[in-house]
Design a protein around this ligand. Sequence first.
Ligand code: NAP
Ligand code: BGC
Ligand code: ZN
Length: 354
Amino acid sequence: MKAIAVQQGESVPTLIDVPKPTPDAGEALIRTLRVGIDGTDHEVIRGGHGGYPAGEDYQILGHEAIGVVVDPNDTEFEKGDLVVPTVRRLPASGSNEYFERGEPDMAPDGAYVERGIAGAHGYMSEFFTSPTEFLISVPDSFAEYGFLIEPISNSEKAIDHAFASRSAFEWSPESALVLGNGPLGLLTLAMLTEEFERIYCLGRRDRPDPTIDIIEQLGATYIDSRETPVPDIPEAHEPMDFIYEATGYARHAFETVDALAPSGVGALLGIPDDWTFEIDGGRLHTNFVLENKALVGSVNSSVPHFEAAKQSLAAFPDWFVDALVTDVYTPDDVEQAFETDDSVIKAVIEFDTL
Ligand code: NAP
Ligand code: BGC
Ligand code: ZN
C-alpha cells in the first residue's frame, strides 16, 4: 500500500510502498480517508522533534487522521464505522499508570510513543490498525473535516487545564489572546469566540493575508507582533484574562506573563527549537506572585478531549473550516503537500473518500 514517510538521512517526505497491516487481537483495520499536516509534522521532518520507530530507517508521518473501519476484527466496532484515532500509544516497555488510568497525555517522556511523531509510524498510509480503545466514533458528516478533531482536542485539554487553575476563586474572563495564526492558533481562536467577549490573535504577516481575513471574520482583532510586541499588548489593547500560545517562539512563554491581566492564565503549547536568551527572572517572579498569574504547559490529549472536540468541530461555521483547509492533495502529490507559503493554512492528504 502507499504510505508517506521520511527516510533516515533525507529531509523531504516521499511516497513509499509498505505491506498492508494486519490487525492484532483488540485492534481494528481502518481505511484512511484524510490526514492533516501541521507545524509538528514539519518539525519532525526537519529532525527537530520526535524520532523514528525503533529499528526502522523510515517514519510514516501523520497524526491527524480520519478513516473507516474495514475489518472490526471481533471488536465493538462495525464495518463502515467512521473513526478518529488518538496519537499516543504504549511504549515497548509495556503498560504504565498513565495508560491504565486513561491519561496517556500526562505520561512523561519514555512512557509513550506518538504515532507519526515519536517512535511509531503514523496514519499517512492507505490503511492503518489501532487498538479500539484509541478510536473515537464520529458521524458520517465528519468525513471531510473530522481529521481536525485531533488538533482541536489538544486545545480542549489545554483550555481545560488552564481554566482548572482558576477554579479556586470567582474568575470571569472576558478577554482572550491567541499567539500564532497557524492552524492550531486559528482553530483555537474559533473555539474561544463563544466563551470570550473580546478576542485577539497575534501574527507577523502583512495584509492581504488569508489568516488575517479569518481572524477578522471570526470577530477577533489582529495584532502584528512586529508593530506590537507581546509585552506592549496591555497598553495598546488591554490586559488579557487568557492567553493561548501557539507560535513555538520561546520568548512568548515569558512575554505572556506581561500581557496577562491580574489573575490571568496563559496556556503554552508551542514546541520551540533550542534557544538560549536572557530574561529578567526577578521581575517575572514578582509579576507572577503579586498578581496571582498562572502559566500552564500542555501537550497531547486523551479520549475525553477528543469527545469534547467533536462538539467544537460541529459548532464551527461552515465558512471557517472551508477557509482553514486551503489545500487537499492526493498521496502522489507528496512533494507539493509539504510545501509551505503564506497561502497555505491547513493542507490535508486525501487517501480516499467515504
Ligand atoms: P505553525 O503552522 O508553525 O504555526 C505557528 C504560527 O505562529 C505561524 O503562523 C507563525 O507565523 C506564527 N508565529 C511564529 N512566531 C511568531 C512571532 N514571533 N510573532 C507572531 N507570529 C508568530 O504551527 P501549528 O501547527 O499552528 O502549531 C503551533 C505550535 O504548536 C507549533 O510549535 C506546534 O509544534 C505546536 N503544537 C503543540 C501541540 C501540543 O499538544 N502542545 C499540538 C499541536 C501543535 P508565520 O506563518 O507568518 O511564520
Ligand atoms: C500533536 C500532539 C503531540 C504533540 C507533541 C502535536 O502536534 O498534535 O498529539 O502530543 O504534537 O508531539
Ligand atoms: Zn499536531
